[in-house]
Design a protein around this ligand. Structure first.
Ligand code: KG4
Ligand code: ZN
Length: 360
């Protein structure tokens, strides 16, 4: 079982990623090609352009993953690939590649759910992490609180009613005029360190309280209101009325840092408040849970980690947060989730070698 060697392919959004992982959890190789230049130029992901970018690099990314692991396709046990959620044009590039490799080398193929992979990669890095556990998955497109009962069985405790927290980080970075060559989140986190988190009072939603949706006694999220508040805060401080709303160039660095820090504080307060309630719900449904997994791109934020660590300590739970390069989109989480599913018998037989694309 430990001798399994699985190739994982991920193309759901703007990163083309591949990795090879062994059944015992050993990461044999990991390659990510990001479309950071495109993102910076266009301020976001355009599906058609992203598809082309994936198509251009996918063969090389998979080849690099094999080379770095000093393996050939013949030594693989199976191919795992993200089938959703994500941009369908982009997903298709990964699925086609996976089926071509699997078809040519007679390998089983494992379909992987991107969000399940964000959660399960925590089991690769923390061997003590058993089902059931609670997971907070925070990325650019998703904001989920999930109770993981066992492999393939999940109860969704909460989701966003509008935007995900990563989207709010990305827009805040854009409106503050920060360097978007990487994604916006890290830029906001860095600038926030210089700012006063109490200086700008964001009043969010209808309630005009500091924490979004505090009056709603559920585990759902909302970040659209906070996003608008950030935009208004920037506009009201813009001394040059001719400067467009979406450009904070006339704000000095310390005002921008104050906005970044105040935004981050409230955005994370919302996570803390929802996690507390979710832990209480989860302990009623599954009293044996011992861990809160926090994963997805935003989980690489150190402030997020330290605040949520305080929440779980109140309940004597343990926080499990993958290292930053396994929180953002990557091939390792796909390969690993492939391994978990393969062991449970959840895979498809190899596609026909002569027509691997016949699923389309
Ligand atoms: O999981 P991910 O790589 O892709 C999606 O599935 O969406 O998450 C990307 C998101 C982006 O919104 C990015 O700004 C955010 O994660 N992110 C961060 C940090 N690093 C990445 N947000 C806040 N702080 C960070 N350090
Ligand atoms: Zn993701």
């Amino acid at each position: 079982d430990d001798d399994l060697v699985v190739l994982g392919i991920e193309t759901s959004c703007d990163d083309t990623a591949a990795a090879i992982v062994r059944g015992n959890g050993e990461i044999l190789s990991q390659v990510v090609s990001s479309q950071a230049d495109l993102l910076a130029r266009y301020g976001g992901v355009a599906p058609k352009m992203a598809e082309e970018a994936h198509s251009q690099v996918i063969d090389q990314v998979v080849q690099d993953a094999l080379d770095k692991a000093s393996l050939t396709e013949r030594e693989l046990s199976a191919v795992a690939v993200t089938i959703g959620p994500g941009l369908s044009l982009c997903l298709r590039v990964g699925v086609q590649k996976a089926r071509r490799v699997a078809g040519s080398f007679n390998l089983p193929i494992i379909s992987v759910h991107h969000m399940e992979a964000h959660a399960l990669v925590a089991r690769l890095i923390e061997k003590e992490l058993q089902f059931p556990f609670l997971a907070l998955l925070i990325s650019g497109g998703h904001n989920l609180l999930v109770l993981a009962h066992h492999l393939g069985h999940y109860t969704q405790l909460g989701t966003t009613i509008d935007d995900a927290i990563g989207e709010a980080f990305d827009k805040t970075a854009k409106w503050l005029g920060l360097d978007m060559r990487k994604s916006g989140g890290p830029a906001v986190e860095q600038l926030a360190q210089e700012g006063d988190a109490e200086s700008v009072r964001f009043s969010v939603g209808f309630s005009f309280r500091a924490i979004p949706m505090k009056q709603h006694k559920d585990c759902n999220f909302s970040y659209a209101g906070l996003k608008t508040q950030v935009k208004l805060a920037i506009a009201s401080r813009n001394i040059d009325a001719k400067v467009p709303l979406s450009c904070a160039s006339s704000l000095d660095r310390s005002s921008r840092a104050d906005i970044a820090a105040s935004f981050q504080r409230v955005a994370v307060l919302h996570l803390e408040e929802r996690c507390e309630r979710a832990v209480e719900w989860a302990l009623k449904i599954e009293p044996s849970i011992k861990h809160l997994v926090v994963s997805g791109g935003v989980a690489s934020n150190q402030y997020v980690r330290s605040r949520l660590d305080q929440v779980v300590q109140k309940y004597s739970l343990q926080l499990v947060c993958p290292p930053p390069n396994l929180c953002t989109d990557n091939g390792v989480m796909i390969a690993w989730t492939g391994i978990e599913n393969f062991r449970a018998g959840r895979y498809d037989s190899p596609p026909p070698a002569n027509d691997p694309d016949d699923f389309m």
